[in-house]
Design a binder for this molecule. Structure first.
Ligand code: OAD
Length: 242
């Protein structure tokens, strides 16, 4: 059974918390018009994210993977932060200790003004050289299909953490520190199936935090949370922080 705690209780908990940690997924950007990964509009030429966001897919056909990222770049470049992104900026400014962990690579949290954040899956506007490892910002839309490193001419790849790859160690330790030391944790718009992000809600709960999610479809761990608010992030989040 889903937890019965309602929006008023979550709002009161947030208002009284000194330490708040937030995890976001594709659902928060869905309200800006960015397709989610597991929703029907997230499919590109019938490939699932798991078929393209892997080092094996890139090794086999880098052009195809770059074509997919170009499709995503072309969509994201036209999108703006929505009221849910801005509500998190307000929360960051009013909280004594705040940390935002996002699985989103679209950069919309930073565009909204969030500063205390880890983009644990990377950023679609950054590239990394497969030869020399140099990381650079690249906002070309479209980007060349086999882009070359300006330093060494090696093949550039998206600076994104793919399936089967490890998260940056500093991002990971900072995230766990924030998850395990917060009083309130919000989980927003994530299906909760991709690890290690999927372990953050249970970890916060185990450490004694009040954990609430905002989503359209409950995650596998929803029943164990203190509150599961079903609806759009852009409607619920502003109501939680106003
Ligand atoms: P998913 O597409 O798996 O899940 C999106 C979640 O957002 C679902 O639970 C929806 O119910 C919910 N949702 C949709 N619209 C919403 C709205 N307007 N308000 C609130 N919730 C809404 O996306 P993620 O969980 O983010 O990795 O996916 C996790 C990772 O898998 C991604 O970071 C990506 C992907 O492969 C990489 O790119 C490395």
């Amino acid at each position: 059974m889903q937890p019965q705690v309602g929006i008023q209780e979550v709002r009161a908990r947030l208002a009284n918390a000194r330490a708040v940690t937030v995890l976001t997924g594709a659902g928060i950007s869905a309200d800006s018009g960015v397709p989610t990964f597991r929703g029907a509009d997230g499919l590109w030429r019938n490939f699932r994210a798991e078929d393209l966001a892997t080092p094996e897919a890139f090794a086999r056909d880098p052009r195809l993977v770059w074509e997919w990222y170009n499709w995503r770049r072309e969509i994201i470049v036209t999108k703006k932060p929505n009221p849910a992104h801005y509500a998190l900026v307000i929360l960051e400014r009013r909280c004594e200790r705040f940390w935002l962990i996002t699985q989103n690579v679209d950069g919309l949290h930073r565009a909204a003004g969030s500063r205390k954040l880890s983009e644990i899956h990377g950023n679609i506007w950054k590239v990394r050289c497969t030869a020399c490892g140099q990381i650079a910002e690249n906002r070309d839309v479209p980007i060349a299909l086999l882009p070359a490193c300006p330093a060494c001419s090696g093949l550039l790849r998206p600076h994104i953490v793919w399936f089967g790859e490890s998260l940056d160690a500093e991002d990971l330790s900072r995230s766990y520190e924030a998850v395990e030391s917060c009083e309130v944790m919000l989980i927003i718009g994530t299906s909760g199936v991709v690890y290690p992000a999927a372990s953050f809600a249970p970890a916060a709960k185990a450490a004694g935090a009040f954990v609430a999610e905002i989503t359209l479809d409950p995650a596998p761990y929803s029943e164990t949370l203190d509150a599961s608010l079903q609806g759009r992030a852009k409607d619920i989040l502003p109501a939680l922080v106003e």
